[in-house]
Design a protein around this ligand. Structure first.
Ligand code: DGY
Length: 331
C-alpha cells in the first residue's frame, strides 16, 4: 500500500478543493479563523510533503529548512510576497499561485473604491446614518466627476489592464500607465500611453496601483509622490499595503494634497483600530476583499489544488511561480 503524501493547509479554503486534496493526500487543515503562528507552522514542517499557504503565512528559508520533505508550496493567492521564492528554488521546492482567475473581481473592486472615494459614498452614508441629512444640499457632498477624466495605472499587468478597460470603455477615460514593460495590447486597444511616474502622477485624475510588492515598489507612494498628484486626485491601492507609506497617505489626505483614496490593502493588515486610517472622511478602507466573490475564490481554490497535487506527485505546476525549479525538484 502506497503512503499518501502529507499536506498541511493553513486555513479552510473552498471545500471542493480540500476534498480533492484529501482524496489523494493525508490532509490536515488548520481550523481556526486566525492563522497558525509561525512557530506552530514550523512545528508542522518536519513531515510535510505539501503546504497550502495563505498570504498571511510567512514561508521563509528557516521554515523550509525545517521541512526536509517539502516538495510544494501552493499559495492561495496570486501575490506571493509572503514566500521566499529564491530560497524555495534553491531547495528544489516548487511554488504555485493563482493568477488570472481573480483579475476581474480585483479590477471591479479597484473601480468600486475609485468611485466610492470620488463620490464620497461612505462618508455620505455615515452622514445619513448619523441623522445629519436634513435637506438637499446644493453645496454638500461634492465629489469628483469620472467621465473623460484621466486614469493613471501603475503596473499595467492583467489587473491594471482590466481596470483601464472598464474606465476607458465605460467612462471614456484616457489612460496613462507606468510599467517597466510596454503593454502593446493596452496601447492598441485602449490607446493607453506609457509615461514616466512623474508624468503619470501630475496628469492623472485617478491613480490606481497594480504592481507587485518588491524592493523597488516598497514605499513607492510617499509624501513626495502624493504631492506630485493633483489636489483633486483620487488614489486607489488594491495591490499590497507596503507599496504605500501610510503615514504619508494620511498626511496627504489631511492636508488636501489629494482629494480622496480607496484602499483594499493596508500595512499592517489589519490596521491598528486606533489608526487615523479608519477615521479619515476622505478614505475608504476595505479589509483586503478584492478577490472575495464566491466564483473567484472557488476558481482560486481549484488552481491551488491543481498546483498542490501536481507538486506532491513531482509534476510541473500548472501555475508555477518558479518554473526554473524544474530539473532540481525534490523527489
Ligand atoms: C492575492 O491573491 O494576491 C490577493 O491579494 C488576495 O486574493
Amino acid at each position: 500500500m502506497s503512503v499518501k503524501p502529507k499536506v498541511f493547509a493553513t486555513r479552510r479554503i473552498p471545500e471542493a478543493a480540500l476534498e480533492r486534496i484529501g482524496r489523494e493526500c493525508e490532509l490536515e487543515v488548520w481550523p481556526e479563523q486566525m492563522p497558525p503562528s509561525y512557530e506552530y507552522l514550523t512545528s508542522k514542517a518536519a513531515d510535510c510533503d505539501g503546504l497550502v499557504s495563505l498570504l498571511t503565512d510567512r514561508i521563509d528559508a528557516a521554515f523550509m529548512d525545517a521541512a526536509p520533505r517539502l516538495k510544494v508550496v501552493s499559495n492561495y493567492a496570486v501575490g506571493f510576497n509572503n514566500i521566499d521564492v529564491a530560497a524555495a528554488t534553491a531547495r528544489g521546492i516548487a511554488v504555485g499561485n493563482t493568477p488570472g482567475v481573480l483579475t476581474d473581481a480585483t479590477a471591479d473592486m479597484a473601480f468600486c473604491l475609485l468611485i466610492a472615494a470620488a463620490r464620497r459614498v461612505v462618508e455620505s452614508f455615515d452622514y445619513a446614518r448619523a441623522g445629519h441629512w436634513k435637506t438637499w444640499e446644493p453645496l454638500g457632498h461634492l465629489g469628483q466627476d469620472l467621465q473623460g477624466r484621466t486614469l493613471g495605472i501603475v503596473g499595467m499587468g492583467r489587473i491594471g489592464y482590466a481596470l483601464a478597460r472598464r474606465c476607458h470603455f465605460g467612462w471614456d477615460m484616457p489612460v496613462l500607465y507606468h510599467d517597466a514593460y510596454r503593454n502593446e495590447k493596452a496601447e492598441k486597444e485602449l490607446n493607453a500611453q506609457q509615461v514616466d511616474l512623474n508624468t503619470l502622477l501630475s496628469r492623472s485624475d485617478f491613480v490606481s496601483v497594480h504592481t507587485d510588492l518588491n524592493e523597488k515598489t516598497r514605499g513607492l507612494f510617499n509624501l513626495e509622490r502624493f504631492r506630485q498628484m493633483k489636489p483633486t486626485a483620487v488614489f486607489v491601492n488594491t495591490a499590497r499595503g507596503p507599496i504605500v507609506v501610510e503615514k504619508d497617505l494620511i498626511a496627504a489626505l489631511k492636508t488636501g494634497a489629494i482629494f480622496a483614496a480607496g484602499l483594499d490593502v493596508t500595512d499592517p493588515e489589519p490596521p491598528d483600530p486606533a489608526s487615523e486610517l479608519l477615521r479619515l472622511p476622505n478614505l475608504v478602507v476595505a479589509p483586503h476583499i478584492a478577490s472575495a466573490t464566491v466564483g473567484t475564490r472557488s476558481a482560486m481554490a481549484d488552481i491551488c489544488a491543481n498546483n498542490l497535487l501536481a507538486g506532491v506527485s513531482g509534476q510541473p505546476l500548472p501555475a508555477a511561480v518558479n518554473p526554473d525549479v524544474e530539473g532540481k525538484r525534490r523527489r
